[in-house]
Design a protein around this ligand. Sequence first.
Ligand code: ZN
Length: 260
Amino acid sequence: MIKALVWGENIHERENEVVAGVYPDGMHACIAAALNADPGIQAETATLQDPEHGITAERLARTDILLWWGHAAHADVSDVVVQLVADAVYSGMGLILLHSAHFAKIFKHLMGTPCNLTWREAGERERLWVTAPGHPIARGLPPSFVLEREEMYGEPFGVPEALETVFISWFQGGEVFRSGLTYRRGAGNVFYFRPGHETYPTYYDANVRKVLTNAVHWAHNPQRATGDIHAAPNVRVNAAPEKIVARGPRLHKDGEDGFR
Ligand code: ZN
């Protein structure tokens, strides 16, 4: 059983009546329900309003996959929580970033780039093309599928070149966007998935729900549960596995830790 945690900023749903009408229990609850329809996934939720944003080291330790939706309050997410999530990813937790989470602190932290893009809120048609047929995240999908109303995100998308580009979106207004990108950070699998603007019923769409469910399975690193993943050490090693003849000059003296 894969344990997923769906984190929602949960602001638009409480403050905007259009969004509340679409997602009366919050987007995070809608997404968790989609995941829980899969017998192999057990999903729960956390929000920004929970103590410590609902994210503690203990909770992350029993979370296989964290899904993240944020938009209006990226700056309110504490840096302590961002570091906790980053450390969990390095040690093998999967992370799935949704829609405007392209600007979440954790995504920018893991990417190391501005993660900027162009955008337009005009209820346009979006067609997502599967650009990696046979990829586990695209399992069971048609060659392309349509979301009748979505926000437009356009290139250039300021992220590092992805390991794999699983989807590319075309928008009615003419722009295109790399909508499904995979990364590896430490032992953690990371997936960015573009659709999911708060005023549209995107997370009820059967294909979107399939992508999220597939992505949870794809991002799962079962080695993490075995405790076999060790962070890359940052230590001086004096003994070499092969015979060497040490040559100078040397800066560090014996017995000196030398972190400077
Ligand atoms: Zn949006």
